[in-house]
Design a protein around this ligand. Structure first.
Ligand SMILES: [Zn+2]
Length: 203
């Protein structure tokens, strides 16, 4: 039985947080399009480490160095060395992603301690018998995916982030408004996966 975990806070919500953050700061720092995109990419890019899950402890991408505090510290230091404000802010955006991930399934925050940190609201209850819960599903991803979409708080947070993103980019960064449309790419990724898992489990 694979112990690989599903993605918690979804990539589209991390994207929305990135847009909100970049748009508000754009008001003060007047970013170029490239800088604006850099900050947003920094806010979701580490979830692409899911493709390297097989190298992670317990096959959980949240245990990889990319989901620890180290890359954000590295990016911030680089930003300070080059005196590039947008790079420092990108490092902070990366850090916010890791911080937010602490609240659903947790991450290997300090990396070298090889422990999962965070309040881990989505998993606490089942953690002791996780294998038992996972065994109920044909695909272990289904456990995490269904738990996410059956949680009204998750759905409310996801919708709220989308609405706030649209309002904030409209007010503070209207010239980059079209960037918000990439949100739907992330949403499509998760929804198509959700319905695929639903079909698999229904068989
Ligand atoms: Zn993540």
């Amino acid at each position: 039985m694979s112990k690989k975990k599903g993605i918690g806070i979804h990539i589209n919500s991390h994207f929305a947080i990135g847009v909100i953050f970049a748009s508000i700061l754009h008001h003060f720092f007047d970013f170029t399009l490239l800088e604006f995109l850099l900050i947003i990419v920094a806010s979701f890019v580490c979830d692409l480490d899911i493709f390297f899950s097989k190298y992670a402890k317990d096959r959980n991408h949240r245990n990889l160095i990319t989901h620890s505090i180290l890359p954000s510290v590295f990016i911030i230091v680089l930003g300070i060395i080059f005196g590039w404000t947008a790079l420092i802010i990108s490092g902070i955006a990366y850090f916010i992603h890791i911080f937010v991930d602490l609240f659903d399934w947790g991450t290997n925050f300090l990396y070298f301690s090889r422990k999962t940190y965070g309040p881990r609201f989505l998993i606490r209850k089942e953690e002791k018998n996780l294998q038992e819960y996972l065994a109920k599903y044909k695909n272990p991803h289904s456990f995490f995916d269904f738990k996410y979409y059956n949680n009204k708080v998750n759905i409310s947070i996801e919708i709220s982030l989308f609405v706030i993103m649209m309002i904030v980019i409209f007010i503070f960064a209207i010239e980059y408004f079209l960037v918000s449309f990439f949100y739907f790419l992330g949403l499509y990724f998760h929804l198509s996966r959700h319905f695929k898992l639903k079909r698999i489990e229904a068989k």
